[in-house]
Design a protein around this ligand. Structure first.
Ligand code: ADA
Length: 569
């Protein structure tokens, strides 16, 4: 399953799911001549008994058959974590980072059978600045769907929809990127429609773009500003969605040669007087940090289990999720759009020191991640915050320069959402002035014995003093360990009873303080961590056990506590 709606009616699109050939190889090995295993795509190789702790390289292979000469595009939604893609033996793509999509365009594929090979590497090395041994697990494999499209030489590469509310109703800036991979310049026009997902075509609102010449080998941007006076707003309470369908016409042709469909919503996001507003109304985020992790499937969460996660969150009364600590699977974001769950989506980084940020690959790898995240997820109305660099060196002048550059990069791509980053630097933070929302990761009653109420009031003062005056404030992480099934009347650390108590006291403090615009519990579910030494990586059971549900989604005692606070009016 690629998305929760059909993305094309004209263009041929196929998901390359199923078993692919697989063979592990050494770091310097040639491509294998024989494949001894078959692994599911999407999937993590940790699911196979031989590779449950494998860290290294492996080669995936499959074949496709096409019946006519055509251009092709392969889209990999997520390969963990480095991919080299070969089409009939020729390298067509290289990509780093498990959690963002990338493509390979093959300009002229002949009719017949073709081989696709992907060399995947999930090992840690000096070339990997973001995937490092960490408090979550870097699984191996093609973890998200692979899509094969047949393309004409001129096609719609992307659509970006930015809604705005004017005095006479909703408007949207719609930007289409049209790419010409052919040898001839192309005169094109685009026609668009916006309608309810299940409405008849003639009930949709039609609009068009100016005609444009797309020179051979180039990409052109076409824009239209369109009024939709009758559109209904998207909000958490009423998550109203529309399908945006754009068709491409070449020259004087009356039949469209290509199309692209995305799903959008009308809403605005602002920050004013220390509060976050959606459509001008103050909101408070109540939700979870969630890792994409499951004991049965690793990071390759199948759709029914994504639905289960969303339903569990809704059952507890949550209205928000933070995609800690990387961009998420699009289908999960589609679900958030549908169910009205506000999303804080962040780039991929957790707890990197200044020294780690000085890795020569760091800045480029972050820049790529930011660009790929924003481009791919631009149209999700549920995403209201873009964030960067969880708990990195924002307390140093050199770190500040990197935070500044990355926040500016994201703001340059999308000025319609709020920007933040989660900090644990307390009164040493140097970057609050750069963000729209100040966010604190603090663990009162777990990593310290401060009172949550007193600590968050102190945090507000730090924020006011350090550049965050007047900005909304989110408690972006709090919690403690609770080992599923470990119950004891002594309520010692690690019991479910103690865990529930920590969550209760934190939620009681934050829900009663009007200067708090959001509370995101660390974390939704327990997750596997890298096995290693030191306090972080030697965690009991090689897992982070602060989940409100365990790795199998079984509720701990804290579940009902969360429900009580999140469901209260
Ligand atoms: C951090 C971090 C999380 C997790 C958490 C914990 O603040 O952002 O990824 O490691 O602490 O459990 O200690």
């Amino acid at each position: 399953m690629i998305r929760l709606f059909e993305t094309n009616k004209i263009r041929s699109v196929q998901e390359l799911e199923g078993d692919w050939d697989f063979e592990p190889i050494g770091q310097d090995d040639e491509l294998p001549s024989r494949y001894h295993y078959r692994l599911p795509v999407p999937g993590c190789w940790e699911n196979h008994p031989k590779f449950s702790t494998y860290s290294g390289k492996g080669v995936y292979r499959t074949f496709i058959e096409i019946d006519e000469q055509t251009a092709l595009r392969l889209t990999f939604k997520g390969v963990s974590h480095t991919a080299d893609v070969f089409f009939d033996g020729e390298k067509v793509a290289h990509h780093y980072n498990a959690y963002t999509p990338f493509t390979a365009v093959i300009r002229g594929a002949a009719p017949g059978k073709h081989e696709i090979r992907v060399v995947v590497d999930n090992s840690f090395s000096e070339f990997s600045s973001l995937h490092v041994p960490n408090d979550y697990y870097t699984y191996g494999g093609i973890i998200r769907p692979v899509v094969l499209e047949k393309l004409n030489s001129v096609f719609i590469e992307s659509l970006h929809f930015t809604p705005s509310k004017e005095s006479d109703g909703w408007k949207a800036l719609i930007r289409a990127q049209v790419r010409n991979i052919g040898h001839l310049d192309a005169g094109i026009s685009l026609k668009g429609r916006l309608g309810e997902q299940h409405a008849a075509v003639d009930e949709a609102w039609a609009f068009s773009f100016a005609e444009k010449l797309v020179p051979a080998g180039e990409t052109a941007s076409l824009e239209a500003i369109v009024s939709f006076p009758e559109a209904e707003a998207w909000s958490s309470e009423a998550p109203h969605l529309y399908l945006l369908e754009v068709q491409l016409f070449e020259g004087d042709e009356t039949a469209a040669s290509d199309d692209l469909i995305d799903r959008v919503g009308f809403r605005t996001v602002t920050a004013l007087d220390g509060k976050i507003q959606v459509n001008g109304e103050d909101i408070v985020l109540k939700g979870f940090n969630r890792h994409e992790d499951h004991p049965m499937t690793g990071a390759a969460i199948p759709y029914p289990l994504m639905v289960q996660d969303i339903e569990l969150m809704i059952d507890m009364g949550a209205n928000a999720v933070r995609t800690s600590h990387y961009p998420n699977d699009e289908r999960f974001l589609d679900l958030c759009d549908e169910r009205g769950i506000y999303v804080w989506e962040e780039n991929h980084a957790r707890g990197l020191s200044l020294e780690q940020m000085k890795n020569p690959y760091f800045e480029q790898q972050c820049e790529d991640c930011n660009r790929e995240m924003v481009e791919a997820h631009f149209n999700h109305p549920s995403i209201i915050i873009w964030a960067i660099l969880n708990e990195c060196a924002s307390d140093t002048p050199e770190g500040r320069e990197m935070y500044k550059k990355q926040l500016e990069q994201i703001r340059g791509m999308d000025g319609s959402r709020l920007l933040s980053f989660a900090s644990h630097h307390r009164d040493r933070e140097l970057c609050f002035d750069l963000a729209d929302v100040v966010s604190f990761n603090l663990y009162p009653l777990w990593y310290g014995d401060e009172d949550p109420g007193e600590l968050c009031e102190q945090a507000r003062q730090w924020a006011d003093r350090l550049g965050g005056l007047g900005k909304p404030m989110i408690m972006s992480e709090f919690g403690g360990d609770g080992h599923y099934g470990f119950r004891d009347p002594t309520r010692v650390r690690g019991t479910e009873e103690r865990h529930a108590e920590i969550i209760r006291r934190n939620l009681a403090a934050y829900t009663s303080r009007p200067f708090i615009s959001g509370m995101l519990i660390w974390q939704f579910c327990d997750c596997r961590v890298t096995e290693g030494t030191g306090w972080l990586l030697a965690r009991a059971g090689t897992q982070n056990s602060k989940g409100i549900v365990d790795r199998y989604r079984r509720p701990k005692l804290a579940y009902d506590v969360v429900k009580e606070y999140f469901s209260a009016d």
